[in-house]
Design a protein around this ligand. Sequence first.
Ligand SMILES: *Cc1c(COP(=O)(O)O)cnc(C)c1O
Length: 379
Amino acid sequence: MKFGTKAIHAGLEPDEATGAIMTPIYQTSTYVQEAVGKHKGYAYSRSQNPTRHALEQNIAALENARFGACFGSGVAAIDCLIKMLKPGDEVISTNDLYGGSYRLFTSIFAQYGIKFHFVDMSDTQEVEAHVNANTKLIWVETPTNPMMNIIDIKAMAAVAKKANCMLGVDNTFATPYLQNPIDLGADVVMHSATKYLGGHSDVVMGALVTDDEAIAKEMYRIQNSSGAVTAPMDSFLVLRGIKTLHLRMEAHCNNGEAIAEFLAQHPKVDKVYWPGFESHPNHAIAKAQMRGFGGMISFSLKGNKLEDAHAVLAKMKVFALAESLGGVESLCGHPATMTHAAIPKVEREKAGIVDSLIRLSVGIEDAEDLIADIEQALA
Ligand SMILES: *Cc1c(COP(=O)(O)O)cnc(C)c1O
């Protein structure tokens, strides 16, 4: 089955009781058992719920894998993955990392004896240099947030294989429509479904997907034991969002391209970070592993002043100043003082997150209106 058909049908069956074509919201905590231990596959909704189950099957299918698990947020999904590790284990992570992931690693898991290395993953040798006998996970985010660096998933899969450790990929920015890490050698894929999968800025949710039975067993054990599950209503909303994922992503990609090109020729703009440019340092890898370049763009201003960035953001009208991304509406933000404020300034600047950097989540409004909005804000 091709992507659009899977998005609409995978994992979904008409409701057995009524024929309802849409998966019902099974707003129930428990299930009546015929006899002790004899039930229809559902005993308690932390362990499993039919609406959540349909969504987990659907997301797994979109990543060309068999096992999916949904969580109360994206960071709860990453939390589940890191809980597969033990004290003394080490993780090699990209240095250009989502702020919440960085905080989870450094302020929660580091105190339980898990060691994290943050490295420049565009340099495969740099990653290999950090591998040792304790390395259990290589954690990739690509495109990265907010610098839109592209990490070569196949190259990281080769390093992970040699190191005999897991490769996990945060696929939130690309979505399964543009990139399938498991097909490129990853063991686990993570999504903040809050973003493009949900797509309508009305849900907070995370997902893990794997095609490895041993990892899946651990994933479900931890999901049930730690209990950071997602609710039936939210599962329904994300199922509904995914039905248009392919259409939305096409629109995000088209608008993203138009805006990146507009920014690149603007006299007040210093640098534009978008993997679709041929001049992007990792354009060739992006082209090889992605089917489109998405709607996430960052740019810096000439003079690199924090006040200038704040002034531009204050003048935006169609673009809303807000955290998050991936919804139908366009958002703008200031990584240094918003999403990446948790990362120390030195670390931030090492990754290129300068004071004038502005991040756009380009929505699916009309490109002309979005460009006019940026034009008046920059003027
Ligand atoms: C938002 C985000 C997360 C965290 O997801 P939540 O749903 O906010 O917990 C992780 N990774 C990336 C790339 C994100 O954008």
